[in-house]
Design a protein around this ligand. Structure first.
Ligand SMILES: C[S@@+](CC[C@H](N)C(=O)[O-])C[C@H]1O[C@@H](n2cnc3c(N)ncnc32)[C@H](O)[C@@H]1O
Length: 240
């Protein structure tokens, strides 16, 4: 058996109980080093731990797939939720196994950010640049999202110089593409683990530096009006 689980955004307290149980009963727990560190307190002594980084992930996942095919109970842990910026890793797991695998959602850093910043999903678009392949369609989409007066929650790309698309690069790109310099931006770092938050304009964001463990909110300049019925509560003047 093999299952992929979202391990949440950092603090183990944000892991669903069902996922904690799956880890506690696993023969094999595999994942990127940073994510294994999050769930380490739940891994039984009897379990084999297979850690990996970007360079050896294919070989290590082949090892996990072998153990799965040999009948071991395998759990592959993902950062945050699998469904935001996790699908390419899921594709690698399924390629190693040779078949689709079961998944268990986790709490995404994007959900925690939405909660901290009080934005609702309905009026927000989620875009990640933390992915392999051509980023240009995603860059264009971000411009359209903002032109369409929606909020955007964005995972930057912290890789090498050639590919890096961090909040300051994103801000510069948006300014070049006509997004207003006074659009409000927030950058949140290390959510659930000693969080740091930064608020400023798009122009200021182009000068702001942050760590790899950052997620960005670009707020629409025209938030939707409430569409619920008018309140029947008396106004302060009426109650006076
Ligand atoms: C490969 S993506 C995985 C995102 C993950 N699937 C999720 O749902 O949160 C990794 C990036 O997500 C962002 N991220 C993940 N956890 C975070 C946290 N606790 N605080 C801020 N950003 C976070 C960072 O930009 C990090 O480099």
């Amino acid at each position: 058996m093999i299952i992929c689980i979202g391990a949440g955004p950092g603090d183990i307290g944000y892991l669903p109980r069902r996922s904690a149980d799956l880890i506690a009963h696993a023969d094999v727990v595999a994942g990127f080093n940073a994510v294994i560190d999050v769930v380490r307190p739940l891994i039984p002594d009897s379990a084999q731990v297979i850690q990996m980084g970007y360079r050896d992930q294919v070989a290590q996942l082949d090892e996990v797939a072998k153990l799965h095919h040999a009948g071991k109970n395998c759990v592959v842990v993902f950062m945050g939720d699998i469904h935001f910026s996790g699908f390419q890793y899921l594709e690698r797991v399924e390629r190693a196994c040779g078949h689709p695998v079961e998944t268990m959602p986790g709490l995404s850093s994007a959900q925690v950010l939405a909660s901290r910043a009080k934005v609702c999903f309905d009026e927000t678009t989620f875009i990640t640049f933390h992915r392999r392949g051509d980023l240009s369609p995603f860059k264009r989409h971000l411009v359209h999202v903002l032109q369409d007066q929606r909020n955007a929650i964005v995972i930057p790309c912290p890789w090498d110089e050639a590919r890096s698309f961090m909040p300051w690069h994103i801000a510069a790109y948006l300014l070049e593409n006509g997004i207003p310099a006074d659009q409000q931006v927030e950058v949140w770092e290390n959510l659930t683990r000693g969080e740091a938050e930064w608020h400023g304009t798009l122009a200021e964001c182009a000068e702001h530096r942050c760590s790899d463990m950052s997620i960005m909110l670009i707020r629409t300049k025209a938030p939707m009006d409430s569409q619920i019925e008018p309140s029947h509560l008396p106004t302060p003047e009426q109650s006076a």
